[in-house]
Design a protein around this ligand. Structure first.
Ligand code: ADP
Ligand code: MG
Length: 257
């Protein structure tokens, strides 16, 4: 038993930069409703894998499938519109905008037309309605992440952790099935890290699926039911946290250089 539906399937993924093979034949899948962690030492190829999945980079070889469809080589917004979302760091220009403005811009500027927008006919008469609906959704998401009181605050004034909450809030606006997070806890204090984790667990209980790229092994071990370990562009181990902890190759990769 055990085989759950896997919305995301990566097969034989490979990326070369000049003479460097950053990702060297990586295959794995991410099962629905799980928190799956992708870990590995610096330079292991985690971010490159992430960028290949989300369309930021084109693979040298291999395929990425999402909900059964081959999405290899599609543009980032096309991938996001299919329900595979990622977080984006808040760009310089957006720091001078409020949290609310950042949220209102997110669906158009960041990830293309949002799902609930794309199912509505784009007639002139309904623009107002669409905006009202978007605003409702924005407040719903801000409220979920408990940052609604910061709506009028400039994004540039947010703490590291509050920024991460805003980044996740923006990614959620398109109501994706799967969320990819690249180092979501970097620069976050322990209190906000706990809150961020609680939100992630709550979203998972609601049916969302997460692939979390992290170099902090303990954090992933304590929160993910499935862990994929990369090393030198390859998958070193794929299993439960217990299986990973008992793996000598993994211990060696982290301790030895
Ligand atoms: P990680 O996120 O696990 O730290 P990366 O995916 O960032 O690893 O990097 C994997 C390898 O690919 C490293 O050796 C890195 O220097 C190299 N690399 C990543 N991006 C590029 C790039 N744009 N050009 C050249 N080499 C790169
Ligand atoms: Mg990285």
């Amino acid at each position: 038993d055990g085989a759950r539906y896997a919305p995301l399937e990566v097969e034989g993924l490979r990326k070369e930069f000049g003479g460097i093979t950053a990702v060297d034949g990586v295959s794995f899948d991410v099962e629905e409703g799980t928190l799956t962690g992708l870990i590995g030492p610096n330079g292991a190829g985690k971010s490159t894998t992430f960028n290949l999945i989300t369309g930021m980079l084109d693979p040298t070889a291999g395929t990425v499938r999402f909900n059964g469809e081959d999405i290899t080589g599609l543009q980032p917004h096309e991938i996001a519109n299919r329900g595979l979302a990622r977080t984006f760091q808040i760009a310089r220009e957006l720091e001078e905008m409020t949290v609310l403005e950042n949220m209102m811009l997110a669906p158009k500027g960041q990830v293309g037309e949002s799902l609930w927008r794309s199912i509505m006919p784009m007639t002139r008469g309904s623009v107002r309605e669409q905006e009202t609906e978007q605003l409702e959704r924005v407040w719903e998401v801000l409220d979920f992440f408990e940052i609604d009181h910061l709506a009028q605050e400039y994004a540039g004034n947010l703490s590291g952790g509050q920024r991460k909450l805003l980044e996740m809030a923006r990614a959620l606006l398109t109501d994706p099935d799967v969320l990819l997070l690249d180092e979501p806890f970097a620069g976050v204090n322990p209190t906000l890290e706990k809150r961020l984790l609680e939100h992630i667990h709550e979203l998972r209980e609601r049916g969302y699926t997460f692939l979390i790229v992290e170099h902090d092994m303990d954090l992933i071990m304590n929160n993910c039911e499935r862990v994929i370990v990369m090393h030198q562009g390859r998958i070193l181990k794929d299993g439960t946290p217990t299986e990973i902890k008992e793996s000598e190759e993994v211990i060696e990769a982290y301790l030895g250089g």
